[in-house]
Design a protein around this ligand. Structure first.
Ligand SMILES: Cc1cc2nc3c(=O)[nH]c(=O)nc-3n(C[C@H](O)[C@H](O)[C@H](O)COP(=O)(O)OP(=O)(O)OC[C@H]3O[C@@H](n4cnc5c(N)ncnc54)[C@H](O)[C@@H]3O)c2cc1C
Length: 365
């Protein structure tokens, strides 16, 4: 049986591993001891119940294959090196190591207990804070604002966004921006755009401690705590010094062809945030890419060619502002964008944050 080693057990890696489990000997290598459902991490940052909901065990995922908890130190050809273990020889490798993001959107610790302890401290700090500064008005900054405003209605929230408007990702419509802006106004959020902080606050993110900072245009912002809501970085450091280094872009993403093979490699694929696919990075895209990779590896196992192609979609986003507010930009069957408001956004994502979908994928009750 062909052996497929999947490096990284996020949304993309889990989809590939589960999909190939009946057809190949799958080894999933993941540094974390539990799956983290990042799409709900900002709710977990403000809510103690959700703090437990977003961590899910890998135990039920694979029926035939194996889960290895470990950190991949390098990949040479199709040999995967894991710290403290024998190298794993593979017939096919799928790189799915995703990206890192500042706390509380993602966690640096590989132990769920450590991440939960940090969340406990964050909840205590937020209960005592009267004001908060969010640096970055993209999807993470906006979604976090909604969660903070919903759980702490008296909290004064300021967003500083470097671009001339919030949600500056190309492809987001003016209708979406304007709907979100008016809901933020309703929540009393102060939004400063077109400028950036002249210097960072004197405390770590999420720590409690009153401070005043200034923007480069001279505006003062006073707050009790702050968060960095920008700065996703692809996790590709383990490819430095290997033959794959030449296929990394300066921003850390890896070059893939339309079949999602790492360029120049027949049997090494990549999916998700790690890739240089030209569309915004989403769990949903990672899962769709995983399906293309599964089809290509199955074809190769059967002696055929990798002919399945991934087609990036137009921009779409579901943007809850807490459990009951928000707006979304969706695509209809013809690929045209339309914006929906709070009620439908809450139905699609705001209430459940897609937990049931992810639990089902991990074969959890
Ligand atoms: C706050 C927030 C909310 C979001 N909401 C949504 C949403 O609603 N909908 C949506 O579609 N997208 C959402 N996204 C984006 C989505 O989370 C990412 O696009 C998605 O996580 C990418 O999946 P991935 O499988 O590529 O990587 P990841 O989910 O980042 O997983 C990569 C995995 O690889 C592991 N890993 C890394 N390096 C190594 C190594 N050397 N050895 C072993 N394991 C390693 C990591 O521990 C991690 O588990 C959100 C992101 C954030 C931060």
């Amino acid at each position: 049986m062909a052996r497929v080693v999947v490096v990284g057990g996020g949304y993309g890696g889990v989809t590939v591993a589960k999909g190939l489990d009946p057809f190949a000997e799958v080894v999933l290598v993941e540094q974390k001891d539990e799956f983290v459902h990042h799409a709900a991490a900002l709710r977990a940052a403000v809510d103690e119940v959700w703090q437990h909901t977003i961590f899910m065990p890998y135990t039920n995922l694979l029926k035939n294959g194996s889960f290895v908890q470990g950190t991949v130190s390098r990949v040479e050809g199709t040999t995967v090196h894991v710290f403290g273990r024998e190298p794993i020889e593979a017939d096919y490798v799928v790189l799915a190591t995703g990206s890192s993001y500042p706390f509380p959107a993602k966690y640096s610790s590989s132990r769920a207990q450590v991440a939960k302890a940090r969340l406990d401290q964050l909840h205590a700090n937020l209960r005592d804070a009267k004001s908060v500064l969010l640096v970055g008005g993209g999807t993470v900054g906006i979604e976090f604002t909604g969660e903070l405003a919903s759980s702490f209605p008296d909290l004064e929230i300021t967003i500083v966004e470097r671009e001339s408007d919030i949600l500056s990702t190309p492809g987001y419509s003016e209708e979406l921006r304007s709907e979100i802006r008016s809901q933020l106004e309703e929540l009393g959020v102060r939004i400063i755009t077109g400028t950036q902080l002249a210097y960072l606050p004197p405390h770590n993110v999420g720590e409690l401690g009153h401070f005043v900072v200034h923007t480069t245009s001279g505006e003062a912002v006073e707050a009790d705590t702050w968060f960095q809501c920008h700065g996703a970085r692809p996790n590709s450091g383990y490819l430095a010094g290997t033959e794959y280094e030449a296929r990394l872009h300066p921003n850390g993403t890896i070059r893939v062809n339309a079949n999602l093979q790492v360029v120049g490699s027949d049997r090494v694929y990549a999916v998700g945030d790690l890739t240089d696919v030209r569309e915004s990075k989403r769990a949903d895209a990672a899962r769709q890419q995983a399906r293309v990779v599964m089809a290509n590896i199955c074809a190769q196992i059967d002696g055929g060619e990798a002919t399945h192609v991934y087609h990036p979609t137009k921009e779409w986003v579901i943007l809850p502002l807490g459990p009951t507010m928000g707006a979304s930009q969706l695509l209809d069957a013809d690929g045209n964008s339309r914006v929906i408001g709070a009620e439908q956004t809450a139905e699609i994502k705001g209430t459940d944050l897609m937990v049931s979908v992810i639990r089902a994928q991990l074969n959890l009750p």
